[in-house]
Design a binder for this molecule. Structure first.
Ligand SMILES: Cc1cc2nc3c(=O)[nH]c(=O)nc-3n(C[C@H](O)[C@H](O)[C@H](O)COP(=O)(O)O)c2cc1C
Length: 376
């Protein structure tokens, strides 16, 4: 029985081969950014308020002219289907159950068309630009034609990060992907049996289209690696804007001036992110940058953030400091890995339940009612 996200992480840890657990849990270099992303939330205090009769607080959250069921969504995580076969579909369905956004990663196992077909028009799509700009433009067009609601452009990977856990484990996705190492992980038979039963190494569905039919998964991974880590410029962003009729969100920015530039080019909102501490180890946390960004862009621009959210109180603190919405990466990923669809539901329910308790304790009847006054 899991009572917390930490419990789900422990279950996922037991299920996964070490190399995969470390790949997900880890960050860049000394993991200072990773640790500070969770620690920063513990440094804030929510001030309880009583006598207001808040019993069933309203979690409905307006974003981009639509109402979502919770103030949080599921951040894009690559290769989910490698860790839990079918994981992308499970996360999509878990998000649909409570009406929150699921952001499909640009490096998903199923193709972007396959996930869109499951429930047209509801998921968001995250694009990892390719070195070949024509491929990126084609992926953006495909996402548009498949009917995705929102495009998320990730800008914080201009260079492969130094993730030393992976290097020590001889594992780096996808560049040094080493099947032998995974098979060494057979001390985790539940994962290994499922891995083998679903055909071994899965392919990257969206990227398969740029290679001849029947190309082996390993070759698709290699191709994607060759196309990886391009510098995404503001000019590229303008190109995506010209192609994309719906909402366009930029993910991975931290500097207020970068946010302002993205908005000027036509982004409809941003997800402040340090990629869960996985790229620039000494980057500030998103929570530290949030007030600065809010001050720069004003109260009405949708500013979202991710990184380090493990409790309902973390969500409350982010909202109190000016976020319109937050995204959870590992928190819900641990759930789907630990126990498939039920685990994803459970992670969402744990965060929801904790947030409701915070709202009752702080006399906050709706998510919009969190303000700086909610904090000490
Ligand atoms: C295993 C893993 C894979 C990720 N893959 C992607 C990805 O494909 N695209 C992307 O934009 N961000 C990716 N991220 C970053 C997440 O979207 C998000 O920014 C980060 O996980 C937030 O931190 P949290 O895990 O503490 O919530 C990944 C993160 C993890 C942990």
């Amino acid at each position: 029985m899991s009572h917390s996200i930490a419990d789900l992480e422990q279950r996922a840890r037991r299920y996964l081969p070490r190399v995969l657990y470390d790949w997900i849990a880890g960050g860049a270099e000394d993991e200072i950014g990773l640790r500070s992303s969770t620690r920063i939330y513990t440094e804030h205090r929510l001030v309880p308020r009583y006598g207001r009769a808040v019993t069933t607080p309203n979690l409905a959250t307006r974003l981009f002219g639509r109402t979502y069921g919770r103030p949080f969504g599921i951040a894009p995580t690559g290769y989910t289907g490698l860790c839990r076969p079918g994981g992308e579909s499970m996360l999509r369905a878990a998000a649909a159950r409570v009406d929150i956004p699921y952001v499909l990663s640009g490096v998903s196992v199923p193709s972007l068309e396959a996930i869109a077909a499951e429930e047209p028009g509801r998921s968001w799509f995250q694009v990892y630009p390719a070195r070949d700009h024509a491929i990126t433009l084609d992926i953006v067009r495909r996402a548009r034609d498949a009917g995705y609601a929102t495009l998320v452009v990730t800008m914080d990977m201009p260079k492969e990060a130094k993730r030393e856990r992976d290097w020590r484990n001889g594992f780096s996705l996808p560049l040094r992907f080493n099947l032998q190492r995974l098979v060494d992980g057979m001390t985790h038979p539940a994962w290994a049996l499922r891995f083998l039963a679903t055909g071994g190494l899965p392919t990257l569905g969206t990227w398969q289209a740029y290679l001849p039919a029947g190309t082996a998964p390993m070759e698709v991974l290699r191709f994607h690696t060759e196309q990886g880590y391009p510098v995404v410029t503001w000019e590229h962003l303008a190109d995506f804007r010209a192609l994309w009729p719906g909402q366009m969100v930029v993910k991975g920015l931290l500097h207020p001036d970068d946010v302002a530039t993205a908005l000027r080019i036509g982004a409809d909102g941003v997800i402040l992110s340090n990629h869960g501490g996985r790229q620039l180890d000494r980057a500030p946390t998103t929570l530290e940058m949030l007030p600065r960004v809010r001050e720069k862009v004003g109260p009405t621009v949708p500013i979202m953030l991710d990184g380090g959210i493990r409790r309902g109180s973390d969500i409350a603190i982010a909202l109190a400091l000016g976020a319109d919405f937050v995204f959870c990466g590992r928190a819900i990923l641990w759930g789907v890995i630990a126990d498939a669809r039920a685990g994803a539901d459970q992670a969402i329910d744990i965060l929801t339940d904790e947030l409701v308790r915070v709202m009752c304790q702080t006399g906050t009847d709706s998510v919009r009612a969190f303000t700086r006054d909610s904090l000490l």
